[in-house]
Design a protein around this ligand. Structure first.
Ligand code: M6P
Ligand code: ZN
Length: 187
């Protein structure tokens, strides 16, 4: 018998894609990350249209809603600017009380975190890795492999993104490829 109380999920999260209502996708090119990478000369030599990453988010409530959640999948393409791996812009949450979960789906990466005293550390991202990012800690992910890195994230809808502090002061270390291996280089 057909049970009318059972509905199909309005959302599908299959491997690294997200399909359904209230799902928004945005693409980030090199042009969108002006001033983020350390090697300005290498940056200028690359096409501004180079696709670095794409973010697909399920945003069921209005931005700023207290108690709501957002869910997103980020796919970072492999590549480097100079010796620095392709990575997300990175942000603090505007509301410093808000934390976030990240977890690895495919590929190989590093989650780089920096607290408000500018202390930096990183965690390995791989399929199945789970990362808790406390409030007040800036976060960004770099793809250190030769294939797409994808990770999922879940954060409060009142967290907000503060990119300004990162654009003005950067992280205090950058993830560089040194003799083929990733190293956090303090600046
Ligand atoms: C994750 C979440 C999003 C964020 C995205 C890309 O999916 O943290 O909130 O937008 O990564 O990171 P950024 O916005 O720093 O480029
Ligand atoms: Zn965040």
């Amino acid at each position: 018998m057909n049970d009318k109380r059972i509905y199909e999920s309005p959302l599908l999260f299959i491997k690294d894609s997200l399909i359904g209502e209230n799902v928004k996708r945005s693409l980030k090119t090199l042009a969108d990350l002006q001033g983020v990478f350390r090697n300005c000369e290498a940056y200028e030599q690359m096409s501004p249209d180079t696709l670095l990453y794409e973010v697909t988010c399920h945003m069921p409530v209005e931005e700023g809603t207290i108690g709501g959640l957002y869910f997103g999948i980020t796919k970072i393409y492999p590549g480097k600017v100079g010796g620095e791996y392709f990575m997300t812009k990175g942000h603090f949450h505007t509301n410093m009380d808000c934390g976030e979960y990240y977890w690895g789906i495919e590929g190989e990466g590093r989650l780089i975190m920096m607290d408000q005293t500018r202390k930096v550390w990183s965690e390995q991202v791989f399929p199945g890795s789970l990362h808790y990012i406390p409030g007040g800690v800036a976060h960004r992910v770099a793809n250190i492999g030769n294939s797409v890195l994808s990770f999922a994230a879940c954060w409060p809808s009142n967290a907000g993104h503060n990119y300004q502090v990162i654009l003005e002061n950067g992280f205090s270390a950058s993830l560089q490829c040194v003799n083929g291996t990733p190293q956090l280089i303090e600046i």
